[in-house]
Design a protein around this ligand. Structure first.
Ligand SMILES: CC(C)=CC(=O)SCCNC(=O)CCNC(=O)[C@H](O)C(C)(C)COP(=O)(O)OP(=O)(O)OC[C@H]1O[C@@H](n2cnc3c(N)ncnc32)[C@H](O)[C@@H]1OP(=O)(O)O
Length: 299
C-alpha cells in the first residue's frame, strides 16, 4: 500500500502533472485525442514499481481488446510515463511488457486507415514514438505473444529483449500496403542482418521466439509465465549499479550503432575516462579492494 501511495504521490506532484498534461495536450491536440487526464490514471497503461527495493518501473501495455495496438493516446501516455520514471531517482531500470496474447500488434490500423499524406507527414505522425528509444534509463522488453509492426519496433527500441516461448516477431506492414515507420527497416537489419530483415519486411511473415533468439533479436527465451519476472530480476541487477555509470554505459553501447568502429572506440574511451570523475567509480574500486559491496550514490 505504501508503495502504491508513493507511486500515486509521485505521479500527482503538481509540476509532474502540469508538464504531463501540457505534453499530452500538445500531442493530443495534433491528433484530436480526446482523453480525460483529470483522474491521473492512464487509460492504456498499468504502471507499477517492482523489485525488493522498488527500484524497477514496470509498464504494462493495457489495451487488451485491440491486442495492445499502439494508438496515439497510448504512445503519448508511454512517453509521459517514461518522463516520470526518468525523474524518479529511486528507479534504475524499466520493464515494458504487454499481455500473454500480445506485446503489441502494431500501430493502430483503424486509427491510421483514413489518414492522408498531409496528416502523417504534416503532423509528424510517430513523433511521440522516438521518446522510448531516447530513454536514459535502460528498458527491458518482456515480450509474450504478437510483437508485430510497431510492436516489434518498440521492442527493438528497448535495450534488452526477453521473449516468452510463444512470442512472434514480425513486420507485416507490407501486407497493408505500407512499410515500417518506426525502425523496422533500420534497426532490424542491424540486429538480424540484411537477409532475414529483408525476408521479414518483404513477406510480412513473422518468426518465433526461438528463431529470434538464433538471429540475435532477443537475448533470452523463457516460459510464457516467467518472462516478466525474469525481466524484473535483471532490471533489479541493473538498478543495483550506479545509475550514472549505467547511463554512460548504455550511451556507449548505443553509439556502436551510429559510429564507425574507430569513432566508437574513441567515444568509449572518453566515457571510460569520464567515469574517473565520479564518486561511484572510486567507491566501486574501493569496495572491491576492501572486499565489501559497493554503496553507490549515483554521483
Ligand atoms: C508502426 C507502423 C508505422 C505501422 C504498423 O505497425 S502497421 C500494423 C502492423 N501490424 C499488423 O498488421 C498486425 C495486425 N493484426 C493482426 O494481424 C491480427 O490481429 C493478429 C495476427 C495480431 C491476431 O489475430 P487474431 O485473429 O488472434 O485476433 P484479431 O481478431 O485479428 O484481433 C483482435 C482485435 O484486435 C484488433 N487489432 C489487432 N491488431 C490491430 C492493429 N494493429 N490495429 C488495430 N486493431 C488491431 C482487431 O481488429 C480485433 O478487434 P475487433 O474484433 O474489434 O476488430
Amino acid at each position: 500500500m505504501a508503495a502504491l501511495r508513493n507511486l500515486a504521490a509521485s505521479f500527482c506532484k503538481p509540476t509532474s502533472l502540469l508538464s504531463r498534461t501540457a505534453s499530452v495536450l500538445s500531442v493530443s491536440a495534433r491528433y484530436n485525442i480526446v482523453r480525460c487526464m483529470s483522474t491521473g490514471k492512464y487509460e492504456y497503461l498499468l504502471v507499477e514499481k517492482k523489485g525488493a527495493k522498488e527500484n524497477v518501473g514496470l509498464i504494462t501495455l493495457n489495451r487488451p481488446k485491440a491486442l495492445n495496438a499502439l494508438c496515439d493516446g497510448l504512445m503519448v501516455e508511454l512517453a509521459d510515463v517514461l518522463d516520470d520514471f526518468d525523474k524518479d531517482e529511486g528507479i534504475g531500470c524499466l520493464v515494458l511488457t504487454g499481455s500473454t496474447r500480445a506485446f503489441a500488434a502494431g500501430a493502430d490500423i483503424k486509427e491510421m486507415q483514413d489518414r492522408t499524406f498531409q496528416d502523417v507527414a504534416g503532423k509528424n505522425f510517430l513523433s511521440a514514438w522516438s521518446r522510448l528509444a531516447a530513454n536514459k534509463k535502460p528498458v527491458i522488453a518482456a515480450v509474450n505473444g504478437h510483437a508485430l509492426g510497431g510492436g516489434c519496433e518498440i521492442a527493438m527500441m528497448c535495450d534488452i529483449i526477453y521473449a516468452g516461448e510463444k512470442a512472434k516477431f514480425g513486420q507485416p506492414e507490407i501486407l497493408l500496403g505500407t512499410i515500417p515507420g518506426a525502425g523496422g527497416t533500420q534497426r532490424l537489419p542491424r540486429v538480424v542482418g540484411k537477409s532475414l530483415a529483408m525476408e521479414l519486411v518483404l513477406t510480412g511473415t513473422s518468426i518465433s521466439a526461438a528463431d529470434a533468439l538464433n538471429a540475435g533479436l532477443v537475448s533470452k527465451v523463457y516460459p510464457v509465465d516467467t518472462v516478466v519476472d525474469e525481466a524484473i530480476k535483471t532490471a533489479e541487477k541493473i538498478s543495483s549499479n550506479s545509475k550514472m555509470i549505467v547511463a554512460m554505459c548504455k550511451e556507449a553501447v548505443n553509439r556502436s550503432y551510429e559510429n564507425t568502429l574507430q569513432e566508437g572506440l574513441l567515444f568509449e574511451k572518453k566515457i571510460f575516462y569520464g567515469t574517473f570523475a565520479t564518486n561511484d567509480r572510486k567507491e566501486g574500486m574501493t569496495a572491491f579492494t576492501e572486499k565489501r559491496k559497493a554503496n553507490f550514490t549515483d554521483s
